[in-house]
Every structure is written in C-alpha cells, then in structure tokens.
Design a protein. Structure first.
Length: 187
C-alpha cells in the first residue's frame, strides 16, 4: 500500500504531523510519501518512518505527474481547499481522505472526516485530529494496533554532526556570555 500525506504549513503545524506519519508506517506498514514544503522536507530528512518527501510548495496542480508516478492507494489531504482538492481529484489517487466540505462530501473518491462539524472532533487535540485521518484508512486495524505502538518514537531525527554543532554553539555561547544559558523563544 502507498499513502501520500499532503501537508504544507509552518514548523509548528508540521511537527503535529509527525505522529500521524509514524502511525501510518507502524500500523499499516505502507510506503509513506509526503508532499509538503521546504520546512517539512528538512524536518523529515532523517526520519526513517517516511520513505519520500517532496517540496511541492503548496502547488498540487503543477505536480500531478509526481502524484501519478506513485500510483497512491490513499492521499491524506489535511487542508481541504478547492485549489488542493480539485487537482488531486484529477490524479490517479484511488482514495482521498480529507475533512468534510461540500466538494469532498459529494466526491465518490473521498472519505471525509467531519472535523469542523462534530463536537467529537472539535474537542480532540491536534495530535488526535491528525491520527483520525490515518484511522480512516482501516478503523478496525487502526484501533487494534494504535495501542501497541509507541508514539514517542515519532520525533525529528538528527545526525551526529547536527548534535555536535549544537553542543559547539552552546559551548561557544557560554564562553562569550560568561557562562550564562541559552534562551530559546519558540515564537
């Protein structure tokens, strides 16, 4: 099985996609292809639970040939805008999993999640919402296996070189600042 995951947002939103991507690989043992942006591509560079990552810069229409080359069984579209859904419907993707909106609701190829309609979904955390897309592929199998996998492994992977660069930066910063710590602002 081949599953495409279409998600192109900022760093924080891309981090929310790590658990669903990990769950796809762990539960369904499928080939996971991510269609994202440059941020997503860099984030997933060393993650072993993703097979391929493509920077499509939010432009599905110009990359239909790329989508078609994978012959995807499923495509998870996390943002169901017409400008994303209509070109995807022109591809050879067998099933599109996305939120319930008018264009997706009446499409025979879409499996929809009423994310914005039902309180059940509105009260979910961002992580749970992301996993609900994955669950839509096969709810029985998902419900059985989700309890057996450790989602703590859904983390950004770094190389030894990157770790050494961080250690060097902190050591150099401590020398120039008189031993003070490094303050990181997440915003």
């Amino acid at each position: 099985m081949k599953v495409g995951y279409i998600h192109f947002y900022g760093l924080g939103d891309n981090i929310f996609a790590l658990e669903p991507l990990f769950a796809l690989k762990a539960i369904f043992n499928c080939e996971v292809i991510v269609f994202g942006n440059a941020i997503m591509k860099n984030l997933l560079l060393h993650c072993d639970f993703v097979d391929f990552v493509h920077d499509i810069q939010g432009d599905i229409a110009s990359h239909i040939d790329l989508f078609n080359s994978y012959n995807l069984d499923y495509a998870i579209l996390t943002n169901c805008k017409r400008c994303y859904l209509y070109p995807l419907q022109a591809s050879n993707v067998k099933t599109i999993i996305t939120t319930t909106k008018i264009p997706s609701l009446f499409s025979m190829r879409c499996k929809t999640i009423p994310m914005h309609l039902l309180p059940k979904y509105r009260n979910m955390t961002r992580y749970e919402q992301g996993l609900s897309y994955v669950r839509k592929i096969n709810p029985k199998l998902f419900d059985t296996k989700i309890k057996t996998i450790c989602l703590d492994n859904a983390k950004v992977k770094t190389t030894q070189e990157q770790k050494e660069r961080v250690k060097s930066f902190i050591a150099n910063h401590a020398k120039t600042r008189g031993g003070g710590g490094v303050i990181l602002n997440s915003f």
